[in-house]
Design a protein around this ligand. Structure first.
Ligand SMILES: [Zn+2]
Length: 188
């Protein structure tokens, strides 16, 4: 009987080398899976390795090994030659990497990464400005929640000496994942 080719549930690649996988009870990323019954060798390796969930990493080069990023912003601002895949996490428990496995970065200036369970387009030039802004504000010990909510109270404005321009800029960046990344990784 002819063997039916099946798809990798993570990347969708067809092949005969699929390996069966079992999901633990804590697995919640079913909405990111594709139809299929197993994983291709590359995705199987990623899925089995706890570091894939628990660290921020880059996948680059032929060996198929992920490399942990100790200073993620430095890599985003100065990425290697494409193709590469980047996954960033602070939560360190979810399978958000599935979001990027079909989106290899092909351009050093604009590329897609996975951040937690989101897919984010990185614009290197803009990110550089955001990182500078984040570091400037962080040096004044302004709490993250103020920077991300973009909505400081009157007493916080006085206490942290926020200027009108800074407040306006914070407001425009509410919900902007690039800003969140610049902010959350600015001290790594
Ligand atoms: Zn795959």
């Amino acid at each position: 009987m002819k063997k039916v080719l099946d798809n990798c549930v993570f990347c969708g690649q067809r092949g005969e080398a699929l390996r069966p996988i079992t999901f633990s009870n804590s697995f919640t990323a079913y909405q990111f899976l594709q139809a299929g019954s197993g994983a291709c060798p590359q995705c199987f390796k990623l899925f089995q390795n706890p570091k894939t969930r628990k660290t921020s990493w880059i996948l680059h080069g032929e060996d198929g090994e992920i490399r942990e990023l100790e200073h993620p912003l430095e890599t985003l601002l100065n990425p290697p030659n494409p193709p590469f895949f980047i996954y960033l996490t602070k939560q360190k428990r979810k399978h958000g990497w599935i979001r990027v496995i079909n989106y290899p970065a092909l351009n050093r200036d604009k590329f897609i990464i996975a951040y937690e369970e989101n897919r984010v387009l990185i614009d290197r030039q803009r990110l550089a400005k955001l990182v500078e802004f984040a570091r400037r504000l962080r040096s004044r010990n302004i709490p993250v929640n103020i920077l991300l909510s973009g909505n400081p109270s009157a007493s916080q404005v006085r206490r942290f000496k926020l200027t009108r321009e800074e407040i306006d800029e914070l407001k425009t960046m509410r919900g902007d994942f690039q800003w969140e990344i610049a902010e959350k990784f600015s001290q790594d």
